[in-house]
Design a protein around this ligand. Structure first.
Ligand code: MEV
Length: 315
Protein backbone atom coordinates (compact mmCIF):
# COMPACT_ATOMS: atom_id res chain seq x y z
CA UNK A 1 0.00 0.00 0.00
CA UNK A 2 1.24 3.50 -0.91
CA UNK A 3 -0.08 6.87 0.18
CA UNK A 4 0.94 10.33 -0.97
CA UNK A 5 0.30 13.83 0.37
CA UNK A 6 1.60 17.32 -0.25
CA UNK A 7 1.47 20.50 1.82
CA UNK A 8 2.43 24.10 1.05
CA UNK A 9 5.02 26.30 2.72
CA UNK A 10 4.03 29.57 4.35
CA UNK A 11 4.82 33.24 4.84
CA UNK A 12 4.06 34.94 8.15
CA UNK A 13 2.65 38.31 7.15
CA UNK A 14 2.31 39.70 10.70
CA UNK A 15 2.93 38.59 14.26
CA UNK A 16 5.73 36.01 14.33
CA UNK A 17 7.28 35.55 17.78
CA UNK A 18 4.47 37.50 19.47
CA UNK A 19 2.18 34.57 18.57
CA UNK A 20 4.24 32.39 20.94
CA UNK A 21 3.01 34.72 23.74
CA UNK A 22 -0.66 34.53 22.74
CA UNK A 23 -0.89 37.43 20.24
CA UNK A 24 -2.82 36.92 17.01
CA UNK A 25 -0.79 36.33 13.85
CA UNK A 26 -1.71 36.55 10.15
CA UNK A 27 -0.11 34.15 7.74
CA UNK A 28 -0.62 32.68 4.29
CA UNK A 29 0.26 29.46 2.52
CA UNK A 30 2.45 29.80 -0.58
CA UNK A 31 2.66 27.95 -3.88
CA UNK A 32 5.78 25.95 -2.96
CA UNK A 33 5.22 22.43 -1.69
CA UNK A 34 6.61 19.38 0.06
CA UNK A 35 5.39 15.99 -1.19
CA UNK A 36 5.66 12.88 0.97
CA UNK A 37 5.13 9.32 -0.26
CA UNK A 38 4.74 6.61 2.37
CA UNK A 39 4.70 2.87 1.75
CA UNK A 40 4.28 -0.22 3.94
CA UNK A 41 7.30 -2.52 3.68
CA UNK A 42 7.94 -6.05 4.96
CA UNK A 43 11.28 -5.17 6.55
CA UNK A 44 11.11 -4.06 10.19
CA UNK A 45 12.56 -0.62 9.40
CA UNK A 46 11.57 3.01 9.20
CA UNK A 47 13.40 4.33 6.17
CA UNK A 48 13.29 8.02 5.17
CA UNK A 49 14.85 9.41 1.97
CA UNK A 50 15.02 13.13 1.31
CA UNK A 51 17.12 15.74 -0.46
CA UNK A 52 18.75 16.61 2.89
CA UNK A 53 19.82 13.02 3.54
CA UNK A 54 18.50 9.64 4.61
CA UNK A 55 17.58 8.06 7.93
CA UNK A 56 17.09 4.32 8.35
CA UNK A 57 16.31 2.96 11.83
CA UNK A 58 14.46 0.13 13.48
CA UNK A 59 11.12 1.03 15.07
CA UNK A 60 10.70 1.77 18.79
CA UNK A 61 13.82 3.86 19.35
CA UNK A 62 13.42 6.60 21.99
CA UNK A 63 12.85 9.84 20.06
CA UNK A 64 15.32 11.72 22.32
CA UNK A 65 18.14 9.48 21.01
CA UNK A 66 17.60 10.51 17.39
CA UNK A 67 19.68 13.41 16.17
CA UNK A 68 18.34 14.20 12.71
CA UNK A 69 16.17 16.88 11.10
CA UNK A 70 14.14 13.93 9.75
CA UNK A 71 13.10 13.01 13.31
CA UNK A 72 9.43 14.14 12.87
CA UNK A 73 8.95 11.53 10.11
CA UNK A 74 10.40 8.82 12.34
CA UNK A 75 8.12 9.94 15.17
CA UNK A 76 5.02 9.78 12.94
CA UNK A 77 5.88 6.41 11.39
CA UNK A 78 6.73 4.86 14.76
CA UNK A 79 3.56 6.22 16.35
CA UNK A 80 1.39 4.76 13.58
CA UNK A 81 3.14 1.37 13.73
CA UNK A 82 2.59 1.30 17.50
CA UNK A 83 -1.03 2.44 17.52
CA UNK A 84 -1.94 0.08 14.69
CA UNK A 85 -0.06 -2.87 16.31
CA UNK A 86 2.02 -3.38 13.20
CA UNK A 87 5.32 -5.26 13.28
CA UNK A 88 6.52 -4.34 9.81
CA UNK A 89 8.05 -1.13 8.51
CA UNK A 90 7.43 2.06 6.54
CA UNK A 91 9.40 3.66 3.73
CA UNK A 92 9.06 7.43 3.30
CA UNK A 93 10.21 9.58 0.39
CA UNK A 94 10.28 13.37 0.78
CA UNK A 95 10.44 15.74 -2.19
CA UNK A 96 10.60 19.48 -1.64
CA UNK A 97 10.43 22.67 -3.65
CA UNK A 98 10.51 24.82 -0.50
CA UNK A 99 14.00 26.10 0.38
CA UNK A 100 14.83 24.41 3.69
CA UNK A 101 15.38 26.08 7.04
CA UNK A 102 14.82 29.67 5.87
CA UNK A 103 11.48 30.53 7.46
CA UNK A 104 9.20 29.41 4.63
CA UNK A 105 7.56 26.60 6.58
CA UNK A 106 9.53 23.65 5.19
CA UNK A 107 9.49 21.79 8.49
CA UNK A 108 5.78 22.41 9.11
CA UNK A 109 4.92 21.35 5.56
CA UNK A 110 6.98 18.17 6.15
CA UNK A 111 5.07 17.47 9.36
CA UNK A 112 1.67 18.05 7.73
CA UNK A 113 2.35 16.10 4.52
CA UNK A 114 4.14 13.41 6.58
CA UNK A 115 1.26 13.08 9.06
CA UNK A 116 -1.23 12.76 6.20
CA UNK A 117 0.74 10.31 4.04
CA UNK A 118 1.79 8.07 6.94
CA UNK A 119 -1.51 7.98 8.85
CA UNK A 120 -3.52 7.31 5.69
CA UNK A 121 -1.53 4.11 5.13
CA UNK A 122 -3.58 2.68 8.00
CA UNK A 123 -6.76 4.68 8.44
CA UNK A 124 -8.88 7.54 7.07
CA UNK A 125 -7.80 10.68 8.95
CA UNK A 126 -9.52 14.06 9.02
CA UNK A 127 -7.66 17.36 8.51
CA UNK A 128 -8.13 18.08 12.23
CA UNK A 129 -6.48 14.78 13.19
CA UNK A 130 -3.67 15.32 10.70
CA UNK A 131 -3.00 18.79 12.10
CA UNK A 132 -2.88 17.41 15.64
CA UNK A 133 -0.40 14.72 14.59
CA UNK A 134 1.67 17.26 12.63
CA UNK A 135 2.01 19.61 15.62
CA UNK A 136 3.02 16.65 17.84
CA UNK A 137 5.67 15.73 15.27
CA UNK A 138 6.91 19.32 14.98
CA UNK A 139 7.36 19.40 18.76
CA UNK A 140 10.09 16.73 18.43
CA UNK A 141 12.28 19.42 16.87
CA UNK A 142 10.77 22.59 18.34
CA UNK A 143 8.99 22.06 21.64
CA UNK A 144 7.49 25.55 21.94
CA UNK A 145 5.88 25.82 18.53
CA UNK A 146 2.78 28.02 18.50
CA UNK A 147 1.17 25.66 15.96
CA UNK A 148 0.53 28.55 13.54
CA UNK A 149 2.76 27.22 10.75
CA UNK A 150 1.30 23.69 10.70
CA UNK A 151 -2.21 25.17 10.76
CA UNK A 152 -1.74 27.28 7.62
CA UNK A 153 0.11 24.45 5.85
CA UNK A 154 -2.93 22.23 6.51
CA UNK A 155 -5.74 24.61 5.58
CA UNK A 156 -4.05 26.93 3.03
CA UNK A 157 -5.18 30.48 2.15
CA UNK A 158 -4.73 33.44 4.49
CA UNK A 159 -5.55 32.83 8.12
CA UNK A 160 -5.58 34.62 11.42
CA UNK A 161 -4.39 32.42 14.27
CA UNK A 162 -3.85 32.55 17.97
CA UNK A 163 -2.87 29.80 20.35
CA UNK A 164 -6.05 29.95 22.39
CA UNK A 165 -8.70 30.22 19.67
CA UNK A 166 -6.97 28.47 16.78
CA UNK A 167 -7.52 29.76 13.27
CA UNK A 168 -10.09 31.60 11.17
CA UNK A 169 -9.79 31.82 7.39
CA UNK A 170 -9.62 35.35 6.04
CA UNK A 171 -12.03 35.48 3.16
CA UNK A 172 -10.48 38.29 1.10
CA UNK A 173 -8.32 37.32 -1.86
CA UNK A 174 -6.00 40.33 -2.03
CA UNK A 175 -4.33 41.07 -5.35
CA UNK A 176 -0.81 41.50 -4.02
CA UNK A 177 2.41 39.84 -5.18
CA UNK A 178 4.95 38.79 -2.59
CA UNK A 179 8.64 38.89 -3.38
CA UNK A 180 10.74 36.63 -1.19
CA UNK A 181 14.44 37.34 -0.75
CA UNK A 182 16.62 34.71 0.90
CA UNK A 183 19.58 35.77 3.07
CA UNK A 184 20.89 32.21 2.75
CA UNK A 185 21.76 32.42 6.44
CA UNK A 186 20.41 29.20 8.00
CA UNK A 187 18.67 29.66 11.30
CA UNK A 188 17.26 27.47 14.01
CA UNK A 189 13.74 28.58 14.91
CA UNK A 190 14.22 27.12 18.37
CA UNK A 191 17.33 29.17 19.15
CA UNK A 192 15.86 32.43 17.79
CA UNK A 193 12.69 31.83 19.86
CA UNK A 194 14.92 31.21 22.92
CA UNK A 195 16.69 34.52 22.24
CA UNK A 196 13.33 36.33 22.24
CA UNK A 197 12.42 34.64 25.53
CA UNK A 198 15.64 36.00 27.02
CA UNK A 199 14.84 39.47 25.67
CA UNK A 200 11.39 39.22 27.29
CA UNK A 201 12.84 38.13 30.65
CA UNK A 202 15.21 41.10 30.69
CA UNK A 203 12.63 43.62 29.42
CA UNK A 204 9.25 42.51 30.79
CA UNK A 205 7.53 45.94 30.60
CA UNK A 206 8.84 46.74 27.14
CA UNK A 207 7.91 43.30 25.83
CA UNK A 208 4.41 43.56 27.20
CA UNK A 209 4.03 46.97 25.50
CA UNK A 210 5.26 45.45 22.23
CA UNK A 211 2.69 42.65 22.56
CA UNK A 212 -0.05 45.29 22.94
CA UNK A 213 1.29 47.21 19.94
CA UNK A 214 1.46 44.08 17.80
CA UNK A 215 -2.03 43.07 18.82
CA UNK A 216 -3.41 46.49 17.81
CA UNK A 217 -1.49 46.36 14.54
CA UNK A 218 -2.95 42.95 13.67
CA UNK A 219 -6.49 44.21 14.31
CA UNK A 220 -5.83 47.18 12.00
CA UNK A 221 -4.43 44.83 9.36
CA UNK A 222 -7.57 42.66 9.44
CA UNK A 223 -9.60 45.73 8.44
CA UNK A 224 -7.11 46.75 5.75
CA UNK A 225 -7.18 43.25 4.26
CA UNK A 226 -10.96 43.45 3.91
CA UNK A 227 -10.60 46.77 2.07
CA UNK A 228 -7.65 45.50 0.00
CA UNK A 229 -5.77 48.64 1.07
CA UNK A 230 -2.34 47.59 -0.08
CA UNK A 231 -0.53 50.90 0.57
CA UNK A 232 -1.62 50.99 4.21
CA UNK A 233 -0.81 47.29 4.57
CA UNK A 234 2.71 48.16 3.46
CA UNK A 235 2.95 50.75 6.25
CA UNK A 236 1.88 48.11 8.78
CA UNK A 237 4.57 45.76 7.47
CA UNK A 238 7.18 48.47 8.03
CA UNK A 239 5.82 49.01 11.55
CA UNK A 240 5.89 45.28 12.33
CA UNK A 241 9.51 45.11 11.19
CA UNK A 242 10.38 47.78 13.79
CA UNK A 243 9.00 45.51 16.52
CA UNK A 244 11.04 42.59 15.18
CA UNK A 245 14.18 44.78 15.20
CA UNK A 246 13.47 45.69 18.84
CA UNK A 247 13.25 42.06 19.99
CA UNK A 248 16.59 41.32 18.32
CA UNK A 249 15.76 38.88 15.53
CA UNK A 250 17.26 40.93 12.71
CA UNK A 251 20.84 41.34 11.50
CA UNK A 252 22.85 43.45 9.07
CA UNK A 253 22.15 41.38 5.97
CA UNK A 254 18.42 41.18 6.70
CA UNK A 255 18.34 44.94 7.34
CA UNK A 256 20.02 45.60 4.01
CA UNK A 257 17.54 43.36 2.18
CA UNK A 258 14.63 45.00 4.00
CA UNK A 259 15.91 48.42 2.96
CA UNK A 260 15.95 47.32 -0.68
CA UNK A 261 12.37 46.09 -0.26
CA UNK A 262 11.09 49.10 1.64
CA UNK A 263 12.49 51.51 -0.97
CA UNK A 264 11.00 49.68 -3.94
CA UNK A 265 7.74 48.14 -2.67
CA UNK A 266 4.88 49.00 -0.30
CA UNK A 267 6.69 47.45 2.66
CA UNK A 268 9.13 44.70 3.62
CA UNK A 269 9.85 42.65 6.71
CA UNK A 270 11.34 39.43 8.02
CA UNK A 271 9.08 36.41 7.74
CA UNK A 272 9.33 33.56 10.24
CA UNK A 273 11.82 33.36 13.07
CA UNK A 274 14.46 35.73 11.63
CA UNK A 275 18.12 35.57 12.65
CA UNK A 276 18.60 34.57 8.99
CA UNK A 277 16.14 33.09 6.55
CA UNK A 278 13.92 35.23 4.37
CA UNK A 279 12.28 38.60 4.12
CA UNK A 280 9.32 39.47 1.94
CA UNK A 281 8.30 42.63 0.08
CA UNK A 282 4.70 43.53 -0.69
CA UNK A 283 4.02 44.65 -4.25
CA UNK A 284 1.31 44.77 -6.86
CA UNK A 285 1.58 44.99 -10.66
CA UNK A 286 2.54 48.69 -10.39
CA UNK A 287 5.85 48.03 -8.63
CA UNK A 288 6.54 44.26 -8.84
CA UNK A 289 9.03 44.39 -11.75
CA UNK A 290 10.86 47.37 -10.33
CA UNK A 291 11.15 45.85 -6.86
CA UNK A 292 12.32 42.38 -7.95
CA UNK A 293 14.92 44.00 -10.23
CA UNK A 294 16.31 45.95 -7.26
CA UNK A 295 16.88 42.67 -5.38
CA UNK A 296 18.43 41.09 -8.48
CA UNK A 297 20.74 44.09 -9.02
CA UNK A 298 22.01 43.59 -5.49
CA UNK A 299 22.53 39.88 -6.28
CA UNK A 300 20.04 38.70 -3.68
CA UNK A 301 18.41 35.34 -4.30
CA UNK A 302 14.76 36.24 -4.81
CA UNK A 303 11.56 34.87 -6.28
CA UNK A 304 7.87 35.66 -6.24
CA UNK A 305 5.20 33.54 -4.60
CA UNK A 306 1.44 33.36 -4.85
CA UNK A 307 -1.02 32.45 -2.12
CA UNK A 308 -1.89 28.75 -2.08
CA UNK A 309 -5.60 28.31 -1.40
CA UNK A 310 -5.58 24.52 -1.39
CA UNK A 311 -3.53 23.58 1.69
CA UNK A 312 -3.00 19.88 2.34
CA UNK A 313 -3.63 17.65 -0.66
CA UNK A 314 -3.82 13.86 -0.53
CA UNK A 315 -3.57 11.40 -3.42
C1 MEV B 1 8.29 30.54 13.03
O1 MEV B 1 7.93 30.33 11.68
C2 MEV B 1 7.30 31.40 13.72
C3 MEV B 1 7.57 31.73 15.19
O2 MEV B 1 6.54 32.64 15.59
C4 MEV B 1 7.52 30.49 16.06
C5 MEV B 1 6.14 29.87 16.16
O3 MEV B 1 5.14 30.49 15.85
O4 MEV B 1 6.09 28.70 16.61
C6 MEV B 1 8.90 32.42 15.37
Amino acid sequence: MKSKASAPGKVILFGEHFVVYGIKTILCAINKRITVTAENIDEEKISIKSNIGDLVLEPNKPISEIDSPLKPFYYLANKMLQTQNQTKGIKIIVESDIPLGVGLGSSSACCVAGAAAISRLFTETSKEEILELAIEAEKTIFQNTSGADCTVCTYGGIIEYDKKNGFTKIKSEPNFHLIIANSNIKHSTESVVTGVKQFKEKNETKFSQLCNDESKLVEDVLKLLKDNNIKELGQKIIQNQKYLETIGVSNEKLRDMIQVGQKSSFGAKITGAGGGGCIFALTDESNFEHSINQFKDKKYECFSVKIDFKGLDTF
